[in-house]
Design a protein around this ligand. Structure first.
Ligand SMILES: [Zn+2]
Length: 298
């Protein structure tokens, strides 16, 4: 019995000493990660006195190079972590440098295919008649163009755009909604009410700078974002042209004000008579995107 007890004690010492050294290392490594060391310092501290294999530092506790970025990874919604973020600027700068001119204005507005098809479906359901065109570009200015243009011939059933008008699908949708919800109801209140059959277009797509000011900035017309209404034609052959009407006291003045102000619900820019001399004979509507969704309705 004594010999067996001696051998057991000898075995215990041989096993326990290396374990104590390993667990001390593991505890030190865990402290580096901020985790409180939970391993016993040695077999003496084992609560039940049972010798267990050393709690080998596992992947989660081991301070590998990737673990040192763990806090950044948690804060980074991209999940790319601090190491990836710190490496980002160089490739981004290289990419920009290799594309000195960058994408054009119309390329930046190009609709993803799925979104475009959804818009086409909505336009069809809304009663817009159109044909799809090949991408429009302009030799005069590389920023002019439409990636996925439509030529709209009828903005609502029975209401044509004589000659057709080229624009983006989003522009056609806003125009159709304005016709349906603002223009048509207002026109029914005219004493000489007759069915609206035509919206006489001014500029639709046109590669040019803005008019009516000193700005050389590209017009929204040059991107397919704008449409000008010159006048309205009715089934009885009458027409109503856009014109300065303030103070006339007529039903036409009331209708023109109503459809102009109503346009601001669908478009982000509305200009017309009184805005400047260049807009005295038409209503300009566009869907320019501005910071904070700001609108310019005059
Ligand atoms: Zn215009």
């Amino acid at each position: 019995m004594q010999a067996r007890a001696f051998l057991a004690l000898l075995g215990f010492v041989c096993v326990a000493l290396p374990i104590a050294a390993q667990t001390d290392d593991a505890a030190g490594q865990q402290s580096a990660t901020g985790d409180a060391p939970s391993l016993p310092a040695g077999p003496d501290s084992s609560p039940d006195g049972v010798l267990r294999p050393p709690a080998r530092p596992d992947a989660a506790a081991e301070p590998t190079p990737s673990d040192s970025f763990a806090p950044a990874q948690m804060d980074d919604p991209s999940g790319r972590g601090g190491e990836a973020r710190s490496a980002d600027p160089a490739p981004a700068a290289d990419a920009l440098a290799s594309e000195a001119e960058g994408p054009t204005a119309w390329q930046l507005l190009a609709e993803p295919p799925l979104a475009h098809h959804a818009c086409l479906m909505s336009a069809t359901l809304l009663g817009i008649r159109f044909e799809e065109l090949a991408p429009i570009t302009s030799p005069e200015d590389r920023d002019c163009g439409i990636a996925r243009p439509l030529r709209v011939t009828e903005i609502q059933p029975g209401i044509s755009l004589p000659g057709g008008a080229e624009m983006r699908c989003a522009t056609a949708m806003r125009l159709a909604l304005w016709v349906r919800h603002e223009l048509t109801p207002a026109l029914r209140l005219l004493p000489s009410a007759a069915a609206l059959t035509e919206i006489r277009p001014g500029s639709a797509y046109q590669c040019r700078a803005r008019v009516g000011g000193s700005s050389e900035k590209l017009s929204e017309h040059a991107l397919g974002n704008a449409f000008d209404v010159m006048g309205l034609g009715f089934a009885n052959g009458s027409e109503m042209m856009i014109a300065p009407r303030d103070g006339s006291g007529s039903a036409e003045e009331a209708v023109q004000k109503a459809i102009r102000h109503g346009g601001c619900l669908y478009f982000t820019t509305v200009l017309g008579p009184g805005s400047n001399a260049a807009h005295d004979d038409h209503l300009h509507f566009d869907i320019a995107m501005r910071a904070g969704g700001w609108r310019l309705c005059e």
